[in-house]
Design a protein around this ligand. Structure first.
Ligand SMILES: C[S@@+](CC[C@H](N)C(=O)[O-])C[C@H]1O[C@@H](n2cnc3c(N)ncnc32)[C@H](O)[C@@H]1O
Length: 250
């Protein structure tokens, strides 16, 4: 076990300033990384809303956090006793923040720069995969879920996506006649809104599901929803093989 370095407040402040701006507000021994976050104390306030749905004791379990950003959730999983936590993000700037936070707080986490599309390279399935806040940043969201099912999720998937549209789910028939079109006009029919340019000033927002689409995509990719602790958050269990064709090798 590594001896833990003692960090002075000055060192922490200088370190986090050099790595900013931060999206995750993390308490580094009393120094917040993003005290002026536009969402408030994010993601701590969000975590409080669904923390009870995640197993309290992760002793002996492995966790993969995809799109880990500043590492908030990866570190929470270590706090719950996870044996091994691997945290990946496609953006090196966020990984540098997460490495710094984990070092200051003394959490042993394996960080890797990796896109969700390359998850097969890990060559391993994890007991719990966290896939929060990433789906709508992808040009190929269903492919990502298919790849997670095939290569990464051994048991549980903790999923979150921004949702727009109504918080209601239409009863969908197994099939419709070619001439039947009324269901496409129902706002609670599964729908992905495509963002061609940007949304909320962010050009990396591509496909935003309504609630019905988020849930249907999870099921279609082979995940059973076992808990829905808050509007956008789902705890899922790996179930049957994905409904679609096998995803192409990337
Ligand atoms: C909105 S943040 C969510 C961060 C964190 N998971 C949370 O829920 O607070 C999206 C994160 O996903 C990362 N990301 C975007 N596209 C990705 C991809 N293709 N593979 C892995 N990470 C990606 C971004 O760099 C960013 O850190």
């Amino acid at each position: 076990m590594r001896a833990q370095r003692q960090w002075s407040r000055q060192e922490i402040v200088a370190g986090l300033r050099g790595l900013g701006p931060w999206f995750h507000n993390i308490d580094l021994h009393g120094v917040p990384t993003a005290p002026d976050h536009f969402l408030g104390d994010y993601p701590a306030f969000k975590w409080r809303g669904f923390a009870a749905a995640v197993p309290d004791d992760l002793t002996g379990r492995t966790v993969l956090d995809i799109g880990c950003n500043g590492g908030f959730y990866a570190m929470e999983m270590k706090r719950r006793g996870a044996d091994r936590v691997v945290a990946v993000d496609s953006d090196e700037r966020y990984l540098a923040q997460a490495r710094f936070a984990a070092e200051v707080l003394g959490h042993d986490i394996e960080f890797r720069r990796m896109s969700v599309y390359d998850v097969a390279q890990l060559g391993e399935k994890f007991d719990l995969v966290i896939f929060m806040g990433v789906l709508y940043h992808l040009r190929h969201p269903l492919l990502a879920l298919d790849l997670l099912h095939r290569h990464a999720v051994g048991d549980l998937l903790l999923f979150q996506s921004m949702q727009r549209g109504p918080d209601a789910v239409a009863a969908v028939a197994p099939d419709y006649d070619f001439d039947e079109q009324a269901h496409f006009d129902q706002p609670d029919y599964p729908c992905l809104y495509f963002v061609e340019d940007r949304y909320a000033g962010d050009p990396t927002n591509w496909w935003i599901p309504n609630r019905a689409a988020a849930e249907a995509m999870l099921r279609s990719a082979g995940f059973e929803i076992v808990a829905h602790p808050e509007r956008e958050v789902y705890l899922c269990r790996r179930s049957h093989a994905a409904a679609g064709h096998p995803p192409p090798a990337l």
